[in-house]
Write a protein that binds this ligand. Structure first.
Ligand SMILES: Cc1cc2nc3c(=O)[nH]c(=O)nc-3n(C[C@H](O)[C@H](O)[C@H](O)COP(=O)(O)OP(=O)(O)OC[C@H]3O[C@@H](n4cnc5c(N)ncnc54)[C@H](O)[C@@H]3O)c2cc1C
Length: 377
């Protein structure tokens, strides 16, 4: 059976950062990703990042991705694409379904000394009449279509949700030549940063706060032709008689993300619920190790945040996994991890960040109280 020191699942910022640290320490690292291209969300992000210079402010997500891939290559990391990890079995046997093209697949089982899961997040849905029709999709799917595959999802688009994802993707859809008919937001105020909202407002896109989508009306082929929106009451229920009909062929939904955690579930890792981070997350300690020894997590799959926090968490997981294999002396690993935790603290500042800092501290505390030391299962 094939074997590797460390198998990393997911080639997003968290997985790539983990692979670079572990590879540089001398570990034999394999990264598996189900996508056709590595980089996770980064290659969709054609906009410039905010933040400090040490956290890529002013750099486009795509450029960060290119830089990470180069570093991974220099560190000797092997990346398998179109390779979905479909199971992890006792003894750290990792089952990978590799897509060979032309409808052919190969099932490969690999033995891993350590496993890092960096599987990211998936989009939440909003249900309304017609929500399963062709033309209704997640905002992330629409972003992949325009920025990665260079295909317009539709001509006239209604965006549901005014958080940063809804606002940024609306702007990128307009850059790609789509018309954004409206942004619809159930909350009383716009969810994302004012700078992103201003860009689309300047282009004349109305943002309907205190509104929701009621129906995607379809034509005889079942495709969206009109979208009905309505005001909501204090309990977010549509108010009868306030409906507006918008001519549109596409509805994109940006209603938040939730961690992708099927694999740690399969391994019976201990979980905890944190609404702030998108829902159920695998409990982890300061090494990003779960309740199961040798199984690490990093990035959005440990709670939805952002690319920079994903990168830093990935670095910690990579260092900790290499340290546990005896490839990095404990004092050097501790110093590096302390430095990274410091940077994570500075990323988790400000009105939104502070809540996340407290939330992450609560997770570490819960781990200490409930788990103590990771166990071999
Ligand atoms: C519109 C938008 C704008 C954003 N803008 C910013 C920004 O300006 N600044 C910022 O810091 N962050 C931003 N973010 C957030 C950022 O993109 C994410 O937080 C970050 O990508 C998370 O990294 P990750 O490595 O945890 O997950 P991802 O980047 O999602 O990568 C996870 C990878 O795991 C793979 N995978 C999942 N399951 C499996 C499996 N079973 N087998 C194999 N592979 C698997 C997926 O294919 C994917 O490639 C934005 C996000 C969006 C949607």
């Amino acid at each position: 059976m094939l074997s590797r020191d460390i198998v990393i699942i997911g080639a997003g910022p968290a997985g790539l950062a983990a692979s670079i640290e572990a590879g540089k320490a001398g570990a034999d690292v394999l990264v598996a990703d189900l996508n056709m291209k590595p980089g996770g969300q980064l290659f969709k992000q054609i906009h410039k990042f905010f933040g400090s210079s040490e956290h890529h402010s002013g750099t486009r997500g795509t450029d960060i991705g290119i830089r990470l891939l180069k570093e991974a290559e220099n560190a000797g990391v092997e990346i398998w694409l179109r390779s979905a990890v479909i199971g992890i079995f006792p003894g750290n046997k990792v089952a990978i379904r590799k897509d060979l093209g032309d409808g052919k697949t190969e099932l490969i089982t690999l033995l891993a000394k350590k496993i890092i899961m960096a599987t990211g997040a998936s989009e939440n849905v909003v249900r309304f009449k017609g929500w399963t029709s062709p033309g209704v999709m997640g905002a992330g799917a629409a972003q992949t279509m325009v920025n990665v595959n260079h295909v317009k999802p539709g001509k006239k688009i209604v965006m549901v949700g005014s958080g940063n994802v809804g606002l940024i993707v609306s702007y990128q859809l307009m850059q790609a030549g789509c018309e954004v008919v409206a942004v619809v937001e159930a909350a009383p105020g716009i969810g994302g940063y004012a700078v992103h909202a201003a860009k689309i407002c300047r282009a004349g896109v109305p943002i309907y706060t205190k509104h929701t989508v009621v129906e995607a009306v379809t034509d005889e082929d079942g495709c969206v032709k009109e979208v009905v929106i309505a005001e909501v009451d204090g309990k977010f229920n549509p108010v009868a008689g306030t409906e507006k009909r918008l001519e549109a062929d596409t509805v994109t939904i940006a209603a938040g993300l939730k961690p992708v955690v099927e694999l740690p579930r399969l391994l019976n890792c201990d979980f905890s619920y944190h609404g702030l981070f998108g829902g159920w997350i695998p409990l982890h300690n300061k090494n990003m190790e779960t309740s199961v020894a040798g199984i690490y997590v990093a990035g959005d799959s440990t709670g939805v945040e952002e690319a920079n926090t994903a990168l830093e968490e990935g670095r910690i997981a990579g260092i900790a996994a290499a340290e546990s294999l005896g490839l990095i002396p404990a004092d050097r690993a501790d110093a590096r991890k302390k430095e990274i935790w410091g940077r994570l603290e500075s990323l988790r500042m400000g009105p939104f960040g502070e809540k996340r800092l407290k939330g992450k501290e609560a997770i570490l505390k819960e781990y200490k109280e409930r788990i103590g030391l990771p166990s071999v299962r």
